[in-house]
Design a protein around this ligand. Structure first.
Ligand code: NOJ
Length: 572
C-alpha cells in the first residue's frame, strides 16, 4: 500500500503571489482559500506553501521572526486554519516550509541573543571573536560577502550562511532543538500534513571552523565564470568545483543525519505526515525509512536542455542510488529557479516543451512537485529597473557588479535578473483583466504582473479552450490519478540510444498494469518498433488526441513533440 504522499501531485504556492483578496497587492489566505476550488478542479493533491510566517522579508519570507503565527499581510492564524480546513475538505493536503537553519535577525530569540554575552540565549546562535581585526575566518555567505557580521553591542561576530538578516541557529545547543521541535508539534497538532525542509545541508558547520582552502575570492570566481565562453568547459568545471570547495566546511556535516532522525521520530508520532528535503543529497533518505520521506531530484533540472539522454542518465543514477524503501521526488521548477518554459523552452516550440515537461513529471517514477502558474505557461519576467527588485540576491549582485566590477547598469541589470529570483515569483495570472485579476485595477502589486496575461497566459482564457495548456494539465492529472501503473509502477527504459525521444515502461505487478510512455522531445516524427511481449497497446493519452485507439507496437507512429501513453494489452 502506497502512502498518500507517494501518490500525490504537489503544487507549490508562493503565498505572496497567489491571490489578493483585500486589494493591497499581496496575496493572502482568504484569497488562497477562495482559489481552492480551482486547485481541486486542476487535479492536484497537495499544496506546499512557501513561508507564510511573520517576517521582515529580507529573503522573501525565508527570514522568519515568529514561527507560530501568520504574516499579518497574509491574514490571521484563523485565516490559515480556515485555509487548511477548506483544503482538507477538498482532499488537498497542505505542507509548510520549515526553516531550521536560521531565523530572522528580528526574531526575539536573536534579539535576546545579541543583547549581551551572558544572555541565556547567547549560545542559540553562533558567536565568535574576531581575528586580527577582522572576522573569525574566511568563510563566505552563499549570498555574497563574509559569512560573519560584526555586532558592536558585544564586540563579537555572528555567523550567517545566507543574508546577514538570517543569523544561523546553533543546533549543537539542545535548547534550540527543543524550541524548534515545539514549533513542529504546534503545526502538526493543528493538522498540517508535513513540511518541506529548507536548506537542510547547512544546518551544521565544522565546529573547528578552519579557513576554506580556496585561493580565489568569491567575486573572483564569479568574474572568471562570467568571462568564460561556452566552449571553455574544463575551465568552467574547475571553477565551479572551486566554488563548491569554498563552502566545504559549511555544509553536509554528518551530525545533520542524527538530527533528521530525531525530527522524523517527532513527525512519526503523528499519523500520515511527510517530510520533504530541500537538498539533492540522497543521504537525507537515511536508510530509506528513518530520515526524510522525500528528497528532491534536483540533478534532473540542472541542465539548460532536457534531452532524452539527460533524463535517462539521471534516472539510471538516481533510482539506482536510492536506499531500499526510498521513494523518488521530481521537479522542474520552484521559487528559486527559472520558470519551466523560460528554462527548457527553445523559443520556437515553447508550448510543446511545456507539455513535455509536465508529461515527464507525471510519468516518471516518484512524487511530482509543480510550481504555481506553470499550468498556464507563466514565464520569467525580467525586471526593468533595480528599484523593482525584491530579492536581495539580485539587488546585491547588481551593486557588486556595478561597484566592484565596474559593469554598466544594463549589463549588471541583466545579470541581476539571471541571479535574482523575482522573475519567477510574479503574481498569478487569473484573467485578462487589469493586474491579471490578481489585484484590483490600479493597485500596485508587490512585484509587477507579467504583461503576457493579455496574450492568453491567464486562467480565465484557458479554462474554456480545450487545447489550452491548462486543459492539458487537467487531462494529464486526471489520467495519472486513474492509471495505477503511472503512480506505482517500476520504471524500465526502452530504446536507450534514441536521441529524439524518451521511451519507457511503467510496470505495476500489484495492479496488473503496464504502461508504455513515449515523449518525443524533437520536432521530427518517428516510426517506432517495440519488441515487447505485447504487440498492441491501447492509447490512454496523446497530445495528438488519439485516445482509445489500439496501436500496433511493431510500427508506432509518433508525431513531433507527441506525448504518448498507452496501456499494454495482451498479444492478439
Ligand atoms: C532555500 C530557499 O528555497 C531560498 O528561497 C532561500 O533563500 C534559502 N533557502 C534561505 O532560506
Amino acid at each position: 500500500m502506497l502512502a498518500w504522499w507517494q501518490k500525490a501531485v504537489f503544487y507549490q504556492i508562493y503565498p505572496r503571489s497567489f491571490a489578493d483578496s483585500n486589494g493591497d497587492g499581496i496575496s493572502d489566505f482568504p484569497g488562497m482559500t477562495a482559489r481552492l476550488d480551482y486547485l481541486q478542479d486542476l487535479g492536484i493533491d497537495a499544496v506546499w506553501l512557501s513561508p507564510h510566517y511573520p517576517s521582515p522579508q529580507f529573503d522573501c519570507g525565508y527570514d522568519i521572526s515568529d514561527y507560530e503565527d501568520v504574516a499579518p499581510e497574509y491574514g490571521t492564524l484563523d485565516d490559515f486554519k480556515r485555509f487548511l480546513d477548506e483544503a482538507h475538505r477538498r482532499n488537498i493536503r497542505v505542507i509548510l516550509d520549515l526553516v531550521l537553519n536560521h531565523t530572522s535577525h528580528e526574531h526575539p530569540w536573536f534579539l535576546e541573543s545579541r543583547s549581551s554575552r551572558d544572555n541565556p540565549k547567547r549560545d542559540w546562535y553562533i558567536w565568535r571573536d574576531g581575528k586580527d581585526g577582522g572576522p573569525p575566518n574566511n568563510w563566505y555567505s552563499i549570498f555574497g560577502g563574509s559569512a560573519w557580521e560584526y555586532d558592536p553591542t558585544t564586540d563579537q561576530y555572528y555567523y550567517h550562511f545566507f543574508l546577514k538578516e538570517q543569523p544561523d541557529l546553533n543546533w549543537r545547543n539542545p535548547e534550540v532543538k527543543k524550541a524548534m521541535f515545539d514549533v513542529v508539534r504546534f503545526w502538526l497538532d493543528m493538522g498540517v500534513d508535513g513540511f518541506r525542509l529548507d536548506a537542510v545541508s547547512t544546518i551544521f558547520e565544522d565546529p573547528e571552523m578552519p579557513d576554506h582552502p580556496v585561493q580565489f575570492t568569491q567575486l573572483d570566481l564569479y568574474k572568471a565564470l562570467l568571462a568564460l565562453r561556452g566552449e571553455e568547459k574544463e575551465r568552467a568545471a574547475y571553477l565551479r568545483a572551486q566554488r563548491e570547495e569554498l563552502f566545504k566546511y559549511q555544509r553536509d556535516m554528518p551530525e545533520v543525519h542524527e538530527l533528521m532522525q530525531e525530527l522524523r521520530s517527532v513527525v512519526d508520532e503523528y499519523p500520515d505526515r511527510v517530510l520533504v528535503g530541500e537538498s539533492d543529497q540522497i543521504a537525507f533518505y537515511g536508510d530509506g525509512t528513518n530520515e526524510l520521506h522525500l528528497v528532491f531530484n534536483f540533478p534532473l533540472m540542472r541542465t539548460d536542455r532536457l534531452t532524452p539522454a539527460w533524463v535517462r542518465a539521471n534516472q539510471r543514477e538516481r533510482l539506482a542510488a536510492l536506499p531500499p524503501g526510498a521513494w523518488p521526488c521530481n521537479t522542474l521548477g520552484n521559487h528559486d529557479s527559472p520558470r519551466v518554459i523560460s528554462h527548457f523552452g527553445d523559443g520556437e516550440h515553447d508550448a510543446e516543451w511545456a507539455r513535455i515537461c509536465l508529461a515527464l513529471m507525471l510519468t516518471l517514477k516518484g512524487t511530482p512537485f509543480l510550481y504555481y502558474g506553470e499550468e498556464i505557461g507563466m514565464t520569467d519576467l525580467p525586471l526593468q529597473d533595480i528599484g523593482q527588485f525584491r530579492d536581495m540576491l539580485g539587488v546585491r549582485a547588481y551593486h557588486a557588479f556595478v561597484q566592484e566590477m565596474g559593469m554598466s547598469h544594463e549589463e549588471a541589470l541583466a545579470i541581476a535578473n539571471q541571479v535574482g529570483r523575482d522573475k519567477c515569483r510574479t503574481p498569478m495570472q487569473w484573467a485578462n483583466a487589469p493586474n491579471a485579476g490578481f489585484s484590483p485595477a490600479g493597485v500596485q502589486t508587490w512585484l509587477p504582473v507579467n504583461p503576457n496575461y493579455t496574450q492568453g497566459v491567464n486562467v480565465q482564457d484557458q479554462l474554456d479552450d480545450p487545447d489550452s495548456l491548462l486543459n492539458f494539465y487537467r487531462r494529464m492529472l486526471r489520467l495519472r490519478r486513474e492509471t495505477p501503473a503511472l503512480i506505482a509502477g517500476e520504471y524500465e527504459p526502452l530504446h536507450e540510444d534514441a536521441e529524439d525521444y524518451l521511451a519507457f515502461l511503467r510496470h505495476s505487478e500489484a495492479d496488473g498494469q503496464t504502461c508504455l510512455v513515449v515523449l518525443n522531445m524533437s520536432d521530427r516524427s518517428h516510426r517506432l518498433h517495440f519488441d515487447l511481449e505485447a504487440t498492441r497497446a491501447r492509447c490512454l493519452f496523446s497530445s495528438r488526441t488519439r485516445e482509445g485507439t489500439v496501436d500496433d507496437l511493431t510500427e508506432l507512429f509518433i508525431a513531433p513533440f507527441e506525448v504518448y501513453i498507452a496501456e499494454l494489452t495482451h498479444r492478439i
